[in-house]
Design a binder for this molecule. Structure first.
Ligand code: ADP
Length: 211
């Protein structure tokens, strides 16, 4: 017989191991999907502004030690692609920002239009990434020093994230300083204009005399 506290302890261990296993399986399925060229099969115009707000709220609720600062404009931020995959990109970056700032702090999620592109940044005040490891963090299964730090992970999140971003015609990058934090940024082609049915840019409508 075990007392309540011991039971709770072991149930906690079982619960966290089950979560880790399920995370691992999800990530493996993502990698397989990518290798089969399965991402970005869904092609629709997605306003990522509400999606960013929802993900921010979701992660805000997951950590008491972090405060999430959201800087997303009122205007729509339309891109073309798979809403589920795009949500996963934001989720992965927010999850890392929290996970790799174990002492807590501010996590900032900002987005906006930059010319014809939509830019998103996720900034943390966490442990940062040692310069020597920076070239490898998008490599599958690479975890660097954190592998022995007790912070769980698979080393697959950023590989999947970059594949999704690139399959949407976008780019992803980061700047980081060890001990100071990291800023991940991504840029996706905006879906403004084009097939929205509006005639605003129709050359036939051009004013007389204009060249
Ligand atoms: P995982 O988090 O499962 O280890 P990822 O592919 O998401 O895998 O990230 C790869 C590695 O990049 C991490 O193991 C960590 O070393 C580093 N990393 C990613 N995001 C951050 C971050 N915000 N701050 C510090 N290190 C990071």
């Amino acid at each position: 017989d075990y007392d309540g506290e011991t039971r709770r302890h072991y149930l906690g261990v079982v619960d966290s191991q089950a979560r880790r296993l399920s995370e691992l399986i999800d990530k493996f399925l993502d990698v397989r999907r990518i290798e089969e060229g399965g991402f970005a099969q869904v092609e629709e115009v997605v306003d990522i502004a509400p999606l960013l707000r929802e993900e921010a709220q979701l992660y805000e609720e997951q950590s008491r030690d972090h405060s999430l600062e959201l800087d997303v404009p009122e205007q729509p931020l339309p891109v073309r692609g798979d809403p589920g995959a795009l949500r996963q990109v934001i989720g992965n970056l927010l999850s890392n920002a929290i996970k790799y700032s174990p002492d807590g702090g501010v996590v900032e999620l900002a987005a906006g239009l930059d010319g014809d592109s939509v830019r998103v940044i996720v900034r943390d005040q966490g442990m940062g990434i040692p310069a020597t490891q920076q070239p490898r963090i998008f490599t599958k299964f690479f975890r660097g020093d954190v592998a022995t730090s007790g912070i769980s992970g698979t080393g697959l999140g950023l590989a999947v994230t970059r594949d999704i971003v690139e399959s949407h015609g976008g780019r992803i990058g980061f700047t980081s300083a060890e001990g100071e934090g990291s800023t991940f940024w991504l840029e996706l082609p905006g879906a403004n204009g084009g097939d929205d049915g509006s005639k605003e840019n129709d050359p036939q409508e051009r004013k007389e005399g204009e060249t």
